[in-house]
Design a protein around this ligand. Structure first.
Ligand SMILES: Cc1cc2nc3c(=O)[nH]c(=O)nc-3n(C[C@H](O)[C@H](O)[C@H](O)COP(=O)(O)OP(=O)(O)OC[C@H]3O[C@@H](n4cnc5c(N)ncnc54)[C@H](O)[C@@H]3O)c2cc1C
Length: 485
């Protein structure tokens, strides 16, 4: 992981404050627990002499200007109003708003509100400005060109150029401003081919005698409990045209990895849905074997802990990486494709691959996090803990302190999405950990699918951002009182 020096904290003029944190230990995932209760819930089990402080809004938001705080409060409250989000989502998707004056008006409103809140900017220059400002607040950026799926080679080539440009932009910034760059494999390899490769990999898992001539060395992709229902019958081998496209996709990824190696800029590979995830893992692990050397993982895979087989797969992959002597980097997330997974499994008549209860997901995330923390403390490898969940953040911070992993240790990075869970980001950073914000950039129209996912994730008064909204309200009230009296 790139280990560069973070500039000292300064008062932040331009940092765009925003937070959302889902409630914890709530009997229903959509019930907001007030911060006071939350703190009590967490205290007995997780408070250590080193636990992170999320009580003092003054300390947490000391680097956030009044105007930014007000803007964030307005956006978060708007996204908390279900009907408002429904209207926004309808407008963004509606054909009525796809052309002409209505489109321009909708884009202008989106740009000034949700876009400004959740994204880094429309181009590299704007993204750089934003990264500099969060860096001044002690945080780093994970820079991602906000592109979605590609369906042909031309589109994949264009996307690759943008990913390469993102690396150039990242290294043009002051050292340590950017901790990682992002790649989505679905943007550099056509979707249909990813599905075909995933089918073939699944069939080989069912029938190990199946020979795949194109397959390179990689770490285990499946465990014994991995669902294979997506592939109902033996797939045809790749055609020569598909093999050619696979070679092109592989060349794109290798070009990007080589650039990252030259720049010492680690590359995070995002995880997506299980229809294509085996192919994504295949690309990730085969590239990691080539490019991850010594104790410097360049290629990081993502494990989605909402999947029932996540822990088993993680154990198999880390063991195999140890056996061949490569340092592996992992980003740990809960997972963002729940409804797609449930619908797909249901359509095949199989149980969902996602844990039956949210508590099982929490347990799996915390288990995998604890396992990886212990592992990186004792040997090679790096970890990105990508979560907005306060309890997971606190547990991991306590464990990291216990086993001696601190800010100076470049093997651990906490990460939250831009526009979400800033209180947790600042709390972890104040406690001495390295923290990054995931900053997608690109034209408003292009990042619209990303914005729709964020709007959906934060939808509803009771569903999201309650903890942060309350902290912001408290801080705005405190500042108002201080100004009056
Ligand atoms: C930096 C960063 C990078 C990310 N990269 C990826 C990525 O590459 N791929 C990806 O898929 N996601 C990614 N995510 C999104 C992430 O997976 C989550 O969607 C999001 O962060 C919410 O999870 P949380 O850990 O913040 O936990 P919480 O805030 O506690 O959210 C928990 C949510 O998980 C859902 N959930 C999970 N399991 C269950 C279950 N069994 N029953 C009911 N609900 C359940 C519910 O919606 C629930 O509200 C990333 C997130 C961050 C912060």
């Amino acid at each position: 992981m790139a280990n560069r020096v973070v500039p000292p904290k300064r008062i932040l003029n331009n940092f765009h404050y925003n937070t959302t944190t889902k409630p914890l230990n709530s009997p229903h995932p959509s019930v907001v627990v007030p911060p006071s209760i939350l703190e009590k819930q967490l205290s007995p089990a997780t408070t250590t002499p080193h636990s992170i402080d999320l009580k003092s809004s003054e300390k947490l938001f000391s680097s956030v200007s009044n105007s930014t705080l007000l803007h964030s409060s307005a956006v978060l409250h708007a996204t908390a109003m279900g009907p408002m989000v429904d209207l926004g989502v309808w407008t963004m998707k509606s054909k009525l708003f796809q052309t002409g004056v209505l489109k321009d008006a909708m884009m202008a409103v989106t740009r000034k509100t949700f876009y400004k809140h959740f994204c880094a900017g429309e181009d590299a220059v704007a993204a750089c400005r934003r990264i500099r400002s969060i860096n001044e607040a002690g945080l780093r950026g994970i820079l991602g060109y906000g592109v979605e799926e590609a369906h042909d080679n031309d589109c994949c080539d264009r996307n690759l150029n943008n990913f390469l440009h993102t690396v150039d932009v990242s290294i043009s910034l002051p050292p340590s401003s950017v901790s990682f760059v992002i790649v989505k494999i679905t943007a550099i390899c056509p979707m249909a081919l990813l599905e075909r490769i995933s089918d073939l990999l699944r069939w080989q898992e069912k029938e190990p005698s199946l020979k795949l001539a194109w397959k390179q060395d990689c770490l285990p992709i499946f465990s014994e409990s991995s669902p294979l229902y997506h592939t109902q019958k033996r797939p045809e081998p790749l055609t020569s045209e598909e093999e050619n496209d696979l070679e092109l996709a592989n060349e794109r990824l290798q070009k990007l990895c080589e650039k990252c190696v030259e720049s010492n800029m680690p590359l995070l590979v995002d995880a997506e849905h299980t229809s294509v995830q085996p192919a994504i893992d295949y690309f990730t692990y085969s590239s990691a074997i080539i490019h991850n050397k010594d104790d410097n993982p360049i290629v990081f895979g993502t494990i989605q802990t909402y999947l029932k087989d996540a822990k088993e797969r993680l154990l198999l992959a880390t063991k195999a990486a140890d056996n061949i002597g490569i340092p592996m980097g992992f980003k740990l997330v809960r997972g963002a494709y729940m409804s797609t997974e449930n619908t797909l499994a249901h359509s095949f008549g199989y149980p969902s691959p996602i844990h039956a209860t949210i508590q099982d997901t929490h347990n799996c995330f915390n288990d995998c996090s604890s396992f990886l923390l212990q592992k990186i403390a004792n040997g090679p490898g790096s970890l990105v803990l990508a979560t907005h969940n306060i309890q997971s953040g606190k547990l991991a911070a306590a464990k990291a302190y216990e086993i001696g992993i601190r800010k100076v240790n470049h093997k651990l990075e906490f990460a939250q999405l831009c526009g979400m869970a800033d209180a947790l980001s600042f709390g972890l950073s104040n406690a001495g950990f390295r923290v990054s914000k995931y900053m997608p950039f690109g034209p408003v129209e292009m990042v619209m699918p990303y914005l729709l996912r964020r709007a959906e994730e934060n939808r509803g008064l009771l569903a999201a951002s309650g903890f942060d909204r309350q902290l912001i309200r408290k801080e705005l009230g405190r500042r108002l009182k201080a100004a009056i009296f």
